[in-house]
Design a protein around this ligand. Structure first.
Ligand SMILES: C=CC1=C(C)c2cc3[nH]c(cc4nc(cc5[nH]c(cc1n2)c(C)c5CCC(=O)O)C(CCC(=O)O)=C4C)c(C)c3C=C
Ligand SMILES: [Fe+2]
Ligand SMILES: [Fe+2]
Length: 348
């Protein structure tokens, strides 16, 4: 007889059952489109040493003295432009992706797979989601940061946060992490299918398809972060996959980096500058996609779809479309199921 089969004392902690859990994680978002909530969110996000790689003694006075007094009101106004009745788009879509994955992975043997979701900054937090999985009997957990391209400021900080939680526990769960999937045929195929479907549904034929990735300081590339190379490889493979369909022979694809923050040099070319340049040089019809974002969010719905459109049209462009992220589309969910199942090999 094993210990777990014996009669346990009444005050014994619950015995887990060895189930498998998946925790999908995305960046984080404020709890409301209001200055105070945005200040709390940005305070946590921009205090992460993986995100702002400046010594805290130098950075914290700038953050607390300037940025958190000026940016939250402006950002809150931007969030209000895209807020939904289910809250922030990023949180609502991530929650729906977790529900979709639960449906796809829930019916396995060995008690099924339990799927939870979390935000790296804000709520639900990574520790509370991991705690919920363990309370539900999960002893093996796949941590799945939904970032196709690895970046220390995104992927690594999710793993750090989970490791902080493990450090505090006597009985740890066994953790695996989802590797970056920037060049995975399942991901490239899902993008090609989904973007192709959206291009076909437009009421104009774009001359240019801009692939806009989130930017990073140039210094992180010089220090060896693979993010820039991952973005470039995704873009190349996607271009090849779309060319293979033979459907868009005249479509010019251009890769850019968006959301510059602060004064340091960021990865180039910048999305906003490129939109203006395209308009000025006579491009009339342009579509933009953000393949690095798993879910639509402030950066796609406001920065690209609202401000990007204005920039292009003011520079002389005539027709503009922002294509949706993979979100909960059938190709997107099938891709997530494929790459997650692969990592669960041997567990289910
Ligand atoms: C130095 C600052 C920032 C780095 C580095 C950075 C990297 C980075 N971010 C994402 C994905 C997202 N970022 C989002 C919002 C956002 N990003 C920054 C700054 C940096 N990002 C800020 C200040 C904000 C908040 C909004 C604002 O005030 O402008 C989001 C959207 C969040 C939402 O609520 O919708 C995502 C997603 C990646 C992938 C990345 C590195 C590769
Ligand atoms: Fe960002
Ligand atoms: Fe932005």
């Amino acid at each position: 007889m094993t210990w777990t089969e014996q009669q346990l004392p009444a005050d014994h902690p619950p015995v887990k059952s060895g189930k498998v859990g998946v925790l999908v994680v995305n960046l984080g978002t404020p709890e409301a489109a209001e200055t105070g909530a945005v200040r709390r969110y940005l305070g946590e996000f921009l205090s992460d040493k993986r995100v702002i790689e400046i010594p805290a003694l130098v950075w914290q006075p700038i953050l607390r003295g300037i940025i958190l007094n000026t940016r939250p009101a402006k950002s809150a106004a931007a969030y209000r432009e895209v807020w939904t009745d289910k809250g922030s788009p990023l949180a609502a879509i991530t929650a729906d992706q977790a529900i979709g994955l639960q449906e796809r992975l829930g019916a396995e043997t060995n008690g099924g797979v339990t799927v939870e979701w979390a935000m790296r900054y804000g709520k639900p937090s990574i520790p509370e989601a991991l705690e919920a999985l363990m309370d539900g009997g999960c002893e093996r957990i796949l941590l799945a940061p939904l970032y196709p391209q690895y970046c220390a400021a995104t992927t690594a900080t999710v793993v750090d946060k989970a490791a902080d939680w493990l450090r505090e526990r006597r009985w740890q769960a066994s953790l695996r992490t989802l590797p970056p999937y920037h060049d995975d045929p399942a991901y490239i195929g899902a993008l090609a299918t989904d973007l192709g479907r959206q291009l076909d549904a437009l009421d104009f034929v774009p001359e240019v398809l801009l692939l806009s990735f989130h930017g990073m300081p140039q210094r992180t590339l010089d220090l060896g972060d693979p993010y820039h190379c991952h973005c470039r490889k995704t873009a190349r493979l996607l271009e090849e996959a779309m060319a293979q369909t033979g459907k868009y022979p005249d479509l010019r694809m251009v890769t850019t980096f968006q959301s510059r923050f602060g004064r340091a040099k960021w990865l180039e070319p910048a999305t906003d500058t490129t939109l203006e340049e395209e308009g000025v040089k006579g491009t009339k019809r342009l579509a933009i996609a953000a393949p690095g974002f798993s879910a639509d969010c402030l950066e796609t719905l406001e920065e690209l779809a609202i401000r990007g459109k204005e920039q292009f049209l003011e520079a002389g462009g005539e027709q503009f479309a922002t294509l949706s992220c993979l979100n909960t589309s059938e190709p997107g969910m099938a891709m997530l199921e494929t790459i997650i199942r692969r990592e669960l090999g041997g567990w289910i």
